[in-house]
Design a protein around this ligand. Structure first.
Ligand SMILES: [Zn+2]
Ligand SMILES: [Zn+2]
Length: 180
């Protein structure tokens, strides 16, 4: 199998996790996970719900934006945004189900304990949530631009305080009352 980024470089097997092999490119650091192997690992893997324990903190992804083709079956890989404020997308083959991770992407997901959720990233509800997150971030940015960053931080602080206040309904009534 050749690297979908470097094209001519051959991928070599790499022991990614206990019971999970990936096909890694020594040039760009990206790696391919075969669909069958991923599902098998997921089934046998003991989920770690003990909380987040990043193995390699402060990694940034080396996302390559170019269109990639599947190293196994040559179909074009589709991009899926990861969300959770992570700036990168994963590339997945819709035909064989294999997944391409650019350098550090697996490690970042692993550090956040999201590597056990990767199959959900490709689902419609996940992608819907990612779009909603993006829309909210976009609206907040517009709002901050309009009222100024400092005032935006202040109103955000006030809103948080309001929303967790035991008398929040009364406080909202007071704010909305035009008579006093
Ligand atoms: Zn490569
Ligand atoms: Zn494929």
């Amino acid at each position: 199998m050749n690297c979908p980024v470097c094209k001519t470089r051959t991928l070599a097997t790499h022991a990614l996790e206990h019971n999970l092999i990936s096909w890694k490119c020594d040039d760009c650091g990206g790696q391919w996970i075969n669909s069958f192997q991923f599902w098998k690992w997921l089934e046998e893997h003991q989920p770690n719900h003990e909380g987040v324990s990043p193995r390699t903190p402060d990694l940034t992804s080396n996302e390559t934006k170019a269109v990639k083709t599947c190293p196994e079956c040559n179909h074009i890989l589709a991009k899926y945004k990861v969300g959770h404020s992570l700036p990168f997308s994963l590339d997945r083959c819709g035909h064989c189900g294999g997944i391409w991770f650019d350098k550090n992407e697996w490690e970042i997901l692993q550090g956040l304990n999201l590597h056990e959720e990767i199959h959900h990233i490709f689902s419609a509800p996940w992608q819907h949530r990612v779009r909603n997150e993006e829309r909210a971030r976009h609206l907040q940015a517009l709002f901050a631009e309009k009222i100024g960053v400092q005032d935006f931080e202040e109103i955000k602080r006030i809103k948080e305080w309001l929303n967790q206040h035991p008398h929040r309904d009364e406080l909202h009534q007071y704010l909305n009352n035009k008579d006093f």
